[in-house]
Structure formats: C-alpha cells, structure tokens
Design a protein. Structure first.
Lengths: 665, 102, 168
C-alpha cells in the first residue's frame, strides 16, 4: 500500500505537466492556474500523507522499484524510489512550498500582466516532478534524471521573459555554471559505478562501507570531490555562487520556488542523501564545511550591500545554504535538513511578500524606494517583517532561530576545528540578522503612499504568504525532531555560554540594523544616503581599497610616486573636509556619519586609481591583464574559420588519444 | 588467414587511413578533400572486412555495409554542399569559406 | 584463404591512394581514387568477402565516384588552374600534413603489430546469405538507422541542391 503510494507521488505533477503541455484546446488563465495547483497539490498531499504515516507508525524506510530504467551490459539502473525520514522531510517541504507558490503564482502572474502562463505552469509542474524524483530517488541514475530535469526547468524559467536580453543572459549563465557541476557529478556517478558496479544507493553504501572505511584512498577523495562539486554548483555555493543573483531575472514565484526554497537546496539534499559516501571520503567533510562557511559569510556581507530587494534575497539564499553545507560538512545532516525546512518556509515567504510589496510600490525593487510599504500594503509588509525575523533568527519566537541553533551546535561538535567553524557561523549569523533587519527597516521607513498604488493582495496570494509566514514563525519546535529523525542521533546540546552567544549574535545584528536606521540618520535625506551607501559597506570597501593602495606604494618603495600621491590626495582631502562640513552644517557630528565616510572612501579609491606612473607592481599587474588578453587573442586565432586548421587540430588530438590509449593498454 | 597476413593487412588499412588524412590536411580544394575523406572511410571498411575474414564471422562485412552507408550519405550531402558553396564564394578553395571564424 | 592473396591488391590500393591525394589535376585525382577503391574491391574478393567486394564496386567505385564525376565538372580545369593547384601542394604544405598523418599512423601501426598474430582458423568465404541473415536478423535496428540516415541525406541533398539564387 505504502509502496504503491510512494510510486505515485510524482505522478500528479507529471500528469499536470502533460495536460498543460498537450491539452489540444486553449485553456483560460484561471484553468491553467487551477491545473498547476491541482498537480502540485496532488503530489504534496501524497507526500505529506506518506510522511505522516511514516512518522506515526515509526516504520523503517520503504523502497519501491518502479521500473528498470537503464539495463545494459553491467549497468542495471532501476527507477527506484525510497521513503525514509530524509525523503519524507524533503518531499514534504517541496510539496508544501510548491503548492503554495503555484497558488500564489496563479493569482500573481496574471495581475503582473504576464501572458503565456500555460507554459509557466507546465514548467512548474515538471519542475516539481523532477524535484520529487531527486528527493525520493534510491538510485543514482534516477536521482540524476530528476537533477537534470530541475536544471532544465530552471533554465527555461530564469529565461522566462525571453525577449529581455538580461533574462536570456542570466539563464545562459545559470545553465553553463550548473552544467559544469552536473558534468562533474555525472563523472562522479560514473566513477562510482566503475568502482562498485552498481548505482543503487543501498548497495553503494554497503560497498563504500566495506571499501573506504578501512583506509580511504585517493580515488575515494576524488569521487567525493566530484560529487561535492555537483552539489556546490546546483546550490550556488562558493566557487559556483555567481549564477544565483542574476537568476533573479525570472518571475518572482519562480525565484521563490526554484531559486530560494527548493531547487538550490538540492545540493544540500544530495550531500545529506550521500552522507555515508562523503563522510567516508577523506577531506570532503572539511572542504564542505569551510566552503559552506565561506558562502555563509561572504554572501551575507554581499547581501548587506545590495540595493535591490530580490538580489538581497538571492545573496541571502547563498548565505543560508552555506549554513546547510556547513552543517553537512560538520557531520550534522539532521541540522542541515532542519535548516532546509525552515529556510524553505521563510525564504519563500520573503520572496512572495517582496513580490506583493514591489507591486504595491509600482514594480519597484530598489530598497530605498520601497519605504512606506507598511502603509501601502500592511499584509505584504508584515509577512516580510516576520519572515525577515525568521531569516535573522530572532531568538525563540522564529523557526529560523531553532534551526540555526542546530547548525551552530553541529559546527561546534565538528572535531578539532569545530570552534573555528562555530565562530565563523556565529559571525555569519550576526551578519544575517543585520541584513534581514536592514531590509525590513527599509520597507518600514516613512514615505507617502503613492497615488493609485492601491493594488492589494488577492485571496490566494494572501493565503499563500500567510501560511508561509505562519510556518516561518511556528516551525521552531519541529526543527529538533526533524534533525533527530534525519540525523538518526540526538542533537548535541550547546553549553550555556555557547547558547548565549548563539542568542546574542542575531540580537547584535538586529541592533546594528536598528542603530543604523535610527541613531545614525535622524533626518530623511541622510537616511536615504545611508541606505544607498549600504550602511557603511561602501565606506569599508573604500577604506580597504585605500589601505591596500598605500600598502602597494609602501612596498613598491618609489619615493617620487609617494610624493606625487600625497600631493594628489592632499588637495581633494582638504576640499572634502570642507564639503563634509558644509553638508552637515554646524552639526555636532560633522566629521562622522556615513556620508562623510563614503566621501572619504571614494576619494581614497580615486586617489589609488590615479596613481601616477608605473612602478614594478603596476607593470606586473598590467602584464597579467595584457597576458590574459593576448591568450584570448591566441585562442581566437585558433578559431580562424579555416577548415584545414580545425582538421589539423583534430588530427593531432586523434594522435594524442591513440597514444594515450596505447599507453593505457 | 595467418596471423602475419592479418597484421600486415590491418597495417595496410592504417596506411590507407593515414594517406587519406595526409590528403585531407594537404589539399585546399574542397573536392579533393572529399576524395581524401572517401579514402579514409574506405580504409575503415577495409579493416572491418579484414577482421571479419580473420574471425570467420559475417559481422565484418555487416559493419562494412554500414560504413558504406555513411560514406554514401556523406558523399551526397558533401558534394551538394560543395556545389552550393562554390556558387556562394565563387571558389573551390576551402580556405575561402572562413567567415565562421571566432 | 590465406590472406596473403589480398596483399597485392592492398599494395595497389595504397599506391593509387597516394597518387590520388597528390595529383594537381582533379580529374586525375578522382580517377586514382577510383583505382584505389577498385583495388580494395579486389582485396575483398581475395579475402573471401564477395558481398563486400560487390558492394564496393557497385556503391563506392560506382555510385559515389559518379557523384564525384559530376562535381568535378564545375571545377576550373584549365592549365593555369592546375598549375596553381600544383604550386599549392609543394613541400612546404606537405611537410606539416605528413607529420600529422605520421603522428596518427605510428600508434595505429604499433597497435596493429601488437594484435594477436597467432595462427588463425582458415575459414572459407562468407557469402551474402550469411551477411543478409546478420543484417536482417540481430542487426535490424542498425539497418533501420542506416536507412534513416540515407533518407535524411536524400532530403538534405534535395533541399540544398534546389534551384534558386544563392544568398550570401
């Protein structure tokens, strides 16, 4: 019974896709939305029902082999599905977020004036089917099938507004970057098959247990690295993080579902699913943790400097998935999955609320123009604020806090380097609270309601965002049990001091945001200036650049250059002091304030840029650039359009391949 | 077939392939490049037939038939392309068709 | 069938091929290619592969060479054009092409020599019946794919070769 239901989970989504794609008659927009919602809802209901059954009866994992998928020679890949605690959590999350987002989209997209919605809902249904295949698969080939389907849907959906060059470029970029990861993952799967002769996960785990536990080999590390690269690219983690912020060219519901809540977290899911494998491979856990921390911190800082609300949320997604990778690398997949669940809830809520807020402000996405959202559309604003609190991890009252605590606890328990990871994660957590608070406060700012901008949310939109907000706040008590069910072990408890710091970090971040909003900028113009300046981030950047410039010149030791430099810098600095004083009037804090910081930073940057003359380092620097350009030209010349040139290349390549084959034989 | 004869004939087919490759790289006239290509394909078919004769199976000749099909399809499309290109660029020189450069 | 009987034909094919790729006059080149292909047909017959030999004569040396003969007619075959072509295939051009071809030939030859050189079974000729049973039995799918390929080539040739002004 349960097995039959398991095999049926992706079916409603697939049927919805087929109907939307192939129904011979035109459908009304309302009908298209209903079909999409029904498809998502059917799959979600099945997944939730099965998850409830699993947790209620406490049964073991169930497995069903739907059909042989690829049977050739030694390879027998089954379309096998598995339902255990991990699949239950992931598929339940995907289903719930999926159905809410599709419901929202059915009302939101027509009101945005979008047409061609049939294709949108068809792609969303196909995406959900692929995502279910990823989270339910019990065979690497079946998993990869779903993995590619979601990648393809992501490409089409980012480039949804295909007439806009930016959207098409962003789609291509996302496709190319994730394709690199997909190819590496495929290579990893092929290597696993070559080594163990199977792609079935249970058999694979058994074989790995036997082969790698004793003494891990180089091959184990290489395979682990390939799988990790696949996960990193799909999840937009360092060093593959470039594609996600640009992916915001897609429609808002798509960003919410694919590029925030579910698809980009598939990398984290993959590592959780393959945890027995990546844990056995040497060095992979540490690499995962440190790359995750780099993403969590770096992307958090980047989010702090964003001006576009969707880009801010995109960077925040990179950062939050970084937390998941951190937990995975630290050997706490349960904590990672708990964060997966709460992140899906609050990030989807943030995106959908941002869509409402943005529409009410006349399709404005810049944070400094979104002020007054509270008066224009209270629902969107309050949902955004609640979800931002959850994102920042406001202690005790939000789900984000609980899952982040689990991640921190996992990091602290990760061997000798655990405390360093933990400290980094605490800093990232404070940064998260700072940008989350900054975004919410930017929306809360005064500002008269715009004329004619009374485009309130519809019933389905309101329902979707309210449910997500309720989940973002109320899922907290579920985080612990989820982590235990997935991780299999009781979660480690933090000491009082560590727990206290974990509570203090988000509070400090929120306070910093509040201070920046209130204390530094009592007047509206300065507030706007501060907001544009990213609350001092530009100034920090300027100061760093200036310091670096000074260091460069000190190192290069050219007294003439130094003298010229001081002269060139001195005059504008004098002018800047006056300018800053004039701008602030006779105010008591004339030399301080973000405005003056910014100006000084910009000047230092400018001074650095117009450094007179070339010294050794300049020449080195330019040499690198010229070398890169020259190599580009050389590579371009190879593509001369002449047939014989290409032929010669392929002949030499064939000769090398033959030699390689001969040497290997 | 004796082993020595087999090795000699396979080496001869490799030689034929290399001659074809040499011609492909040397010539600039499209039609002579196609002649070279035809020789390379024939070399592949030759190797199949030799191996089939060595092992006493019909598979060698079966593969030869498939290679022949490819050669025929290639020749038909390539020659019509050649005639077309000649009308376009008024040249039979493959180096004249270099507008697809990077 | 000792196999050695095919060797003279193979040698003739090699020589004819070498001439085919080095002739300045395109008609000569096509004729030498025809000679090489016919020599290969002889080799097939000597190897006890009459079906392959027949097909080689009918299709390779017949149909395909006829196509070439048609294509050659559009070439400029004046004495000046032939001289120009001869100037283009001097040592300067031949040397790099030869090096590349040798680079491919060397590992191929090494691989051929390291093949199983032991005594082989002396099998009789393999007639068309055996090949037919193979092609229309277990290899049905491959034959269907080949027919699809030929159909695609036919349509492509018809489409590309249609009359009409050549667009740049």
């Amino acid at each position: 019974m349960a097995e039959a239901l398991l095999a049926l989970i992706p079916a409603p989504a697939l049927i919805g896709f087929a109907l939307l794609l192939g129904w011979p008659a035109p459908l009304s927009a309302r009908m298209e939305g209903r079909l999409g919602a029904a498809a998502a809802g059917g799959s979600a209901a099945l997944a939730l029902g099965l998850a409830a059954w699993l947790f209620a009866t406490g049964s073991e994992a169930i497995r069903v082999e739907v059909a042989p998928f690829v049977v050739t020679g030694g390879l027998e890949a089954m379309l096998a599905l598995r339902f255990d605690a991990l699949s239950a959590v992931a598929s339940g999350t995907v289903g719930v977020v999926g159905v809410l987002v599709v419901l929202y989209a059915a009302e939101f997209m027509p009101r945005e004036g979008e047409t061609r919605l049939r294709r949108l809902f068809a792609l969303l249904s196909l995406f959900l089917a692929g995502m279910f295949a990823v989270v339910l698969a019990d065979d690497l080939v079946a998993l990869f099938l779903g993995w590619e389907i979601v990648g393809l849907c992501s490409y089409f959906l980012i480039g949804w507004r295909s007439r806009e060059a930016a959207a098409a470029d962003a789609a291509r970029q996302a496709f190319v970057v994730t394709r690199i990861g997909d190819a590496l993952l495929l290579a990893g799967i092929a290597a696993l098959f070559a080594r163990f002769g199977t792609t079935s996960l249970p058999e694979l785990f058994g074989a790995v247990e036997g082969a790698w536990r004793g003494g891990a080999t180089l091959a184990a590390g290489a395979i682990g690295a390939l799988v990790l690269a696949g996960a990193l690219a799909k999840s937009a983690q360092v060093p593959f993080h470039v594609w996600l912020p640009d992916a915001m060219a897609g429609p808002t519901p798509v960003s919410a579902l694919l590029h925030a809540a579910t698809m980009v977290a598939a990398g984290a899911f993959l590592l959780a699913r393959l945890a027995p494998l990546t844990e056995a491979a040497p060095g992979i856990g540490a690499a995962t943790a440190w790359l995750g921390l780099a993403g969590a911190l770096g992307a958090g800082l980047a989010a702090l400097a964003q001006r576009d609300v969707k880009r801010l949320l995109a960077w925040s997604t990179v950062s939050q998935i970084g937390f998941m990778f951190l937990a995975l690398g630290a050997g706490a997949p349960g904590a990672a999955m708990a964060h997966f669940v709460t992140h899906a809830a609050f990030k989807a809520a943030l995106f959908l609320a941002a869509g409402l807020v943005s529409r009410e402000a006349g399709h404005e996405r810049r944070l400094d123009r979104l002020g007054g959202a509270r008066r224009r559309g209270p629902l969107g604003f309050w949902v955004f604020a609640a979800a931002a609190l959850a994102l920042g991890g406001a202690p005790w009252v939000t789900a984000g806090f609980w899952s982040k605590e689990l991640v921190l606890a996992g990091a602290l328990g990760a061997g000798p380097l655990g405390p360093a990871l933990w400290a980094g994660a605490v800093a990232a957590s404070a940064v998260t609270a700072a940008y989350a608070g900054r975004a919410a406060l930017a929306l809360a700012r005064g500002g008269a309601p715009r004329e004619g901008a009374t485009d309130g949310p519809g019933a389905a939109e309101a329902a979707a965002v309210l449910v997500l907000a309720a989940l973002a706040l109320g899922l907290g008590p579920a985080a612990g049990p989820v982590a235990e069910a997935v991780g299999g072990a009781a979660t480690p408890h933090l000491g009082a001091a560590a727990a206290g710091i974990g509570v203090a970090a988000p509070l400090a971040g929120f306070s910093a945001a509040l201070l920046a909003e209130a204390g530094w900028a009592p007047r509206a113009p300065r507030l706007a200036a501060a907001a544009r300046g990213g609350f001092g981030v530009d100034a920090i950047r300027g100061a760093v650049a200036g310091g670096f410039g000074r260091m460069v010149h000190a190192v290069s030791g050219d007294p003439l250059a130094r003298g010229m430099h001081a002269l060139a810098g001195g005059v504008p600095r004098l002018a800047a002091t006056f300018a800053s004083g004039a701008a602030d009037g006779a105010g008591p804090r004339a030399p301080g304030g973000p405005e003056a910081w910014r100006r000084r930073g910009a000047e230092r940057l400018a001074r650095f840029a117009r450094a007179p003359g070339d010294d050794l380092l300049d020449r080195l620097w330019r040499g690198v650039a010229a070398g890169a350009a020259g190599m580009g030209r050389m590579a371009g010349r190879a593509q001369g359009g002449r047939l014989r040139g290409y032929l010669a290349g392929s002949a030499i390549g064939a000769a090398l391949l033959l030699l390689l084959g001969w040497a290997a034989a | 077939m004796s082993g020595a004869a087999f090795v000699t004939l396979i080496a001869a087919s490799s030689g034929l392939f290399a001659i074809g490759l040499f011609g492909l790289l040397l010539r600039r006239t499209v039609i002579l490049q196609l002649v070279s290509l035809e020789l390379m394909l024939a070399a592949g078919g030759f190797a199949f037939v030799v191996a089939g004769a060595r092992h006493g199976g019909a598979e060698g000749q079966g593969m030869f038939v498939l290679v022949l099909t490819v050669a025929a399809a290639e020749a038909a499309v390539a020659l019509v392309l050649f005639v077309r290109l000649r009308a376009l660029a008024d040249s039979a020189d493959s180096d004249a068709f270099d507008r697809l450069r990077g | 069938m000792t196999g050695w009987a095919a060797l003279p034909f193979a040698g003739a094919a090699l020589a004819a091929a070498a001439l085919a790729v080095t002739r300045a006059n395109a008609v000569h080149a096509v004729l030498w290619m025809l000679a090489a292909l016919l020599a290969l047909a002889g080799a097939f017959l000597a190897l006890g592969a009459p079906f392959a030999g027949g097909l080689q004569i009918l299709v390779q040396a017949g149909a395909i060479v006829v196509l070439f003969a048609f294509a050659v007619t559009v070439l400029d075959l004046s004495a000046e054009a032939v001289a120009r072509e001869r100037a283009r295939i001097g040592w300067r051009e031949a040397a790099p092409a030869g090096v590349a071809a040798l680079a491919v030939l060397a590992p191929l030859t090494v691989a051929a020599v390291s093949l199983d050189g032991g005594a082989g079974g002396d099998v009789g000729p393999i007639g068309p019946a055996a090949v037919g049973r193979l092609l229309f039995g277990p290899w049905m799918l491959a034959v269907e794919l080949a027919s699809l390929l030929l159909l695609a080539a036919l349509i492509a040739a018809r489409h590309l070769g249609r009359r009409g002004e050549a667009r740049r």
